[in-house]
Design a protein around this ligand. Structure first.
Ligand code: CA
Length: 456
């Protein structure tokens, strides 16, 4: 798993910016999911949702720095059933890893160069570049595993999370390139909820070091030319980090091949959420718009996953736990809200499957407003609950989400249906927070002291 790697920065998802030959190999030899979505597009909540199979409101991890969840996780269950379990790399939950025979994780966000690690509770510093080191440690974990047990290894990269520091190998990559721009780099948000404009995740608009790039672009007086230059700078840094992930995933694939493990190992590559790569003028995530909502998900398992095809069923991060448990012959724990999509990966048409998904984001950094919403294959409805504004997008007509048609009389029945679906899904999932206590709690959590080792 990567941190903040958007699907549209992968070759197999049609990237027009970069190539990812090793990640594409998983897709070519396995399956690519085209409608895999997170239920809350930030790191910690998505990681907790993946581990517990539960929505943030149900497992308590609604935003950064939420206290550790005591709910059972899929690695714990695999371990209890005889699997050797290991967790390597970025953990980023406010507690020590649990459910693992072996863990070696970055404290907090972790550093790109010469990072500290917490090796089963003992702090060490390792020289080198974080993506290489996480891969080295993953290969060590595979090599040193007990040979008489099946294994589950979580190899979680820090990259390409900000501040996007490259290694030496990729430092000059894209140096002379002109990275193509998205069509919405200068979105004016004309038809949007006014709350959208309060977000400060706009390229060039926030803190130095994020995407302001004062040293590189400060001399450019024209605001349009400067944002274009900032976009170039941002993209080159981000894509260099992705290139290192791609190289390192290749090392894992080679190890599985060379050690006779490839045929009997399920390998998955995903990210905790998507990311804006200049779309709508933004970087970062949080919003329910496509680039942030969509998670990359490619999986290979010869004999168990159909090779070389894609699938568009609506899959959620809360489904991962049930699916992995299913492969191990285990039923989900009580309270897990996701469903196994093992059959979908096998190329079977499920008898019934969700036609709509529910999303909720609680305000935290970047002043990005709270919202919830639902998405079907065709439509997306978003409600900015604090400003009480509605948006509706017809994705088949408007895949870039620049025309909010909520007020269009032609969509009267659609909006009525989707609003009733919000209520139905909130009831079904237990998110009955009519007085917005989630927002209050998220705000409180941000101002509380963080765990010095495992906090934000
Ligand atoms: Ca993330």
């Amino acid at each position: 798993m990567a941190d903040d790697h958007a699907a549209h920065a992968m070759g197999c998802y049609g990237s027009y910016r970069n190539t990812t030959p090793n990640l594409d190999r998983i897709a070519a030899e396995g399956m690519r999911l085209d409608n895999c979505f997170c239920t809350n597009s930030i790191c910690t909540p998505s990681r907790a949702a993946i581990l517990t199979g539960m929505y943030p409101h149900a497992n308590g991890v609604i935003t950064f720095n939420a206290p550790p969840s005591n709910h059972v996780t899929f690695p714990q269950m695999l371990r209890n059933s005889g699997y050797h379990t290991a967790m390597i790399g970025k953990w980023h939950l406010g507690c020590e890893p649990t459910g693992f025979d072996h863990w070696n994780v970055l404290p907090r966000q972790g550093r790109y160069h010469d990072p500290k690690f917490i090796d089963n509770g003992v702090e060490t510093r390792i020289e080198g570049y974080v993506t290489d080191i996480i891969t080295d440690l993953t290969l060590d974990a595979l090599q040193n595993r007990p040979r008489d047990r099946p294994f589950c290894v979580l190899s979680h990269h820090k990259a390409p999370h900000d501040m996007w520091e490259s290694d030496d190998k990729h430092a000059a990559m894209f140096a002379d390139a002109d990275i193509p721009e998205p069509t919405t780099l200068f979105d004016d948000y004309a038809s949007r909820a006014t709350a959208v404009r309060q977000s400060t995740q706009t390229i060039g608009a926030t803190r130095p070091g994020h995407t302001l790039y004062e040293a590189e672009t400060g001399h450019i007086e024209d605001s349009v030319a400067r944002r274009k230059a900032q976009y170039q700078e941002y993209m080159k840094r981000y894509l260099r980090c992705v290139a290192s992930i791609d190289d390192n995933v290749g090392r894992i694939l080679d190890y599985l091949d060379e050690n006779g493990l490839a045929d009997n190992t399920i390998i998955i590559y995903t990210s905790d959420q998507g990311f804006f790569l200049g779309e709508h003028g933004w970087y970062d995530k949080r919003f329910m718009y496509e680039e942030s909502l969509r998670m990359p998900f490619v999986a290979r398992f010869p004999g168990g996953i159909q090779p070389g095809i894609s699938d568009d069923h609506i899959i959620l991060n809360t489904d991962f736990a049930a699916t992995l448990l299913d492969y191990a012959g285990l039923k989900p724990a009580p309270g897990m809200q996701g469903q196994s999509f093992r059959g979908i990966l096998a190329g079977e048409e499920p008898g019934s499957w969700r036609e709509i998904m529910y999303y909720r984001y609680y305000r935290s950094h970047f002043n990005t407003p709270s919202h919830w919403g639902v998405r079907t294959k065709r439509y997306k409805y978003i409600y900015y609950n604090l400003s009480m504004e509605h948006e509706l997008y017809d994705l088949t007509q408007d895949s870039s989400e620049i025309r909010n048609v909520y007020g269009d009389p032609g969509y009267k029945d659609v909006r009525r249906h989707l609003r009733s679906e919000v209520k139905r899904l909130q009831d079904e999932l237990g998110d009955t927070d009519d007085s917005y206590q989630g927002e209050v709690r998220a705000w409180e959590l941000l101002s509380q002291p963080h765990d010095p080792i495992f906090g934000l």
